[in-house]
Write a protein that binds this ligand. Sequence first.
Ligand code: SF4
Length: 138
Amino acid sequence: MGKKDLVCIVCPMGCRLTVEKDEKCELGYKVSGNKCKRGHDYGIKELTNPVRVITSSVKIKNGILPRIPVKTNGSIPKNLIFECIKIINEVEVEAPVKVGEVIVENILETGIDLVASRSMNNIQYDEALLFTISELKA
Ligand code: SF4
């Protein structure tokens, strides 16, 4: 692959990058269009080893909602995303869950965990709390 155009997603500026092979450059690639070093590094990584943080949700039993948001606590290789989503779709947890709690440890042996992005109480706990509050107001 000689040359690739892409949009930098590291910050909201969204610079349009061009990455091309150039043996004269350090790491063998020349990046243009970037406004900072982070964009330079992103451009090279996107061509050599693209990675992503995954955000999604999993089913939760006895929660106040049917699903709880989750995310990977680091970036995983882009070519593992579909396999990762398959695992996420099969997972079911039980409330209560605390924010940051590990939902799937070392997903696909990447060294990265899938963690809860929010806390969620057990529905019975919330109903009991609402009952207590309404009792106090009466
Ligand atoms: S190159 Fe730098 S300024 Fe431009 S989008 Fe990427 S991180 Fe932001």
